[in-house]
Design a binder for this molecule. Structure first.
Ligand code: FAD
Ligand code: FES
Ligand code: FES
Length: 505
């Protein structure tokens, strides 16, 4: 950087996004203002509701569209507007329930189907359901019952019951939209003129300098290049790095904390790409969980249930793998699985990078190896080779949208019936997500049989002294963590898998 210049000298001061085909330009925005507050309080667009203000109920669901990695199609994804900060909309298109009728003012197939199938009573949840249905309509041309359930996992209804809403999800594909607007066409439709127009508008918004705004004494930066991001993090070492905001959003809405400086990773080239390189899944820290999990499941199918049970689609569309790791929660769901696969993190500070094994990243309760001015750049997950048995189980009070009481992950490699390599890790058993070293040692070299598993289950008592909290008692955690190991063993020797995730298969 040349003398007198800061990492934000050339930033654009006006936030710009598309709403109903028009470019919205905003100055003096409070960076911590949520999209929901903007919709309901600033522009009185009250179709979008507030239920919980913490990402749980789905009443606030909106759709955010951007250009997909092919550069040729629009990607429409549901997110929870209650925990999305307004400046993250920069360069994107926002769609609310009011947007769906479009210029023609004809009900959208998702809206029509909700009426025809009696999918609404008090109506409070309805706009959120409609937006989740719309996101499904734009992403899956022929969903199975299970995919419909998944798409609606982030929306709660307390009066109608879900059957009529599931009926509406099927019914919406039968309507003839009678319009070639992008909104009205299901996902398999060719990109039409309307979609191309929308893409061109977004490209024009993105052609400008990166956003760097100040409002209410707080700053928000949205760099596009990795070096710029690193410079900003170095210039503001106590800034908050904002990824999906599904943790940080709650700091603001529930704990009334207001970060002074937010540096947004969601638009940074070099943090948002994903590839298979050198036998590893190489995932940029700001890749959404939706995209990261698609790639992980494609290579390690056993992890499908774990990731489908991670929060809900709107949360996974916003949340990132980097955010889950950096947050350092002892009950974060991705870490046990990443620990058993020997994942490593690439950490960067300014111009220099270092590699840290995930197993060495957590130092104490919510304390990590990250230094001030340092951030997670990439997550590298070695692909388990031939002969590795891998699994992860989540135990929570509900199937969808719940935080784990215990989350266990397992990887063993057998050689001639004996354990040649063992990785066992748990969340919810200690103040950090951690490997069960005593348990692993007791398995090494042992025959893969029930006696060895019983011994390894006893060793878990030496590894962990869990606590009792609102999610479960210490005794339950202790029992469950051993039982999950046994379940893993039984499944590997051919006992039928105990799948809770089997609806419609
Ligand atoms: C309704 C709801 C349900 C949830 N369910 C689950 C669940 O089932 N399982 C689960 O594990 N979690 C769950 N969560 C928690 C949350 O969604 C995850 O932890 C998520 O992965 C956080 O990612 P994010 O991108 O949103 O992080 P953010 O909120 O943006 O950031 C989280 C933390 O990570 C830091 N950070 C982000 N990126 C970087 C980086 N590149 N380098 C350094 N620091 C960084 C931030 O500064 C912040 O401290 C849930 C949350 C909600 C609201
Ligand atoms: S208001 Fe409940 S998820 Fe946003
Ligand atoms: S219709 Fe009342 S909460 Fe769903």
């Amino acid at each position: 950087m040349s003398e007198g210049k800061t990492a934000h000298s050339n930033c654009r001061k006006t936030l710009r996004f598309i709403l109903d085909g028009e470019t919205v330009e905003l100055n003096d925005v409070d960076p911590n203002r949520t999209v929901l507050q903007y919709l309901r309080e600033d522009i009185r667009r009250t179709g979008t509701k507030e239920g919980c203000a913490e990402g749980d109920c789905g009443a606030c669901t909106v759709v955010v569209a951007d250009i997909d990695p092919s550069g040729e199609r629009l990607r429409a994804r549901a997110v929870n507007s209650c925990i999305q900060f307004l400046p993250t909309l920069d360069g994107k298109e926002l769609l609310t329930v009011e947007s769906l009728a479009g210029a023609e003012e004809v009900l959208h197939p998702a809206q029509r189907a909700m009426i025809d199938c009696h999918g609404s009573q008090c109506g409070f949840c309805t706009p959120g359901f409609v937006m989740s249905l719309f996101a499904l309509f734009k992403s899956n041309a022929s969903p199975t019952r299970q995919q419909i359930d998944e798409a609606l996992a982030g929306n709660l209804c307390r009066c109608t019951g879900y059957r009529p809403i599931v009926d509406a999800a099927r019914e919406m594909y039968k309507a003839n939209p009678g319009s070639d607007s992008w909104l009205m066409q299901p996902s398999n439709a060719e990109a039409g003129a309307d979609e191309q127009r929308r893409i061109a508008k977004l490209e024009a918004l993105f052609a400008d300098e990166p956003l760097g705004i100040e409002g209410c004494g707080r700053k928000f930066f949205s760099p596009r290049e990795l070096d710029h991001f690193a410079e900003l993090v170095a210039e503001y070492p106590s800034a908050t790095i904002l990824a999906g905001g599904t943790d940080i959003g709650l700091w603001v809405t529930k704990q009334h904390r207001n970060p002074d400086v937010l540096i947004y990773s969601g638009n940074v080239d070099g943090l948002t790409d994903i590839a298979v390189r050198g036998g590893c899944l190489d995932i940029g820290a700001a890749v959404s969980l939706t995209d990261a999990m698609e790639m992980i499941i494609a290579h390690v199918p056993a992890l499908e249930e774990l990731f489908v049970r991670f929060a809900s689609p709107p949360i996974r569309n916003a949340a990132t793998l980097g955010g889950n790791i950096a947050n350092g929660s002892p009950i974060g769901d991705s870490m046990p699985a990443l620990l058993v696969m020997d994942a490593e993190l690439i950490l960067r500070a300014g111009g220099s990078s270092r590699s840290v094994a995930l197993a060495d990243f957590y130092l104490a309760y919510q304390q990590t190896a990250l230094q001030p001015g340092e951030f997670i750049e990439r997550i590298r997950i070695p692909l388990p080779g031939e002969g590795n048995l891998v699994q992860s189980y989540k135990v929570a009070k509900r199937f969808d949208q719940d935080i784990s009481a215990v989350c266990g992950a397992y990887r063993v490699r057998l050689d001639d019936g004996k354990v040649a390599e063992a990785r066992i890790a748990y969340g919810g058993m200690a103040e950090i997500p951690a490997r069960a070293m005593k348990c692993e040692q007791s398995l090494l070299g042992s025959e893969w049989k029930e006696e060895s598993i019983e011994r390894a289950m006893r060793a878990l008592d030496e590894d962990f002294s869990p606590i009792s909290d609102m999610r479960s008692s210490a005794a339950y955690r202790r029992q469950v963590c051993g039982n999950l190991l046994k379940r893993f063993y039984l499944e590997t020797i051919g006992s039928p898998a105990v799948r809770v995730y089997s609806y419609g298969r």
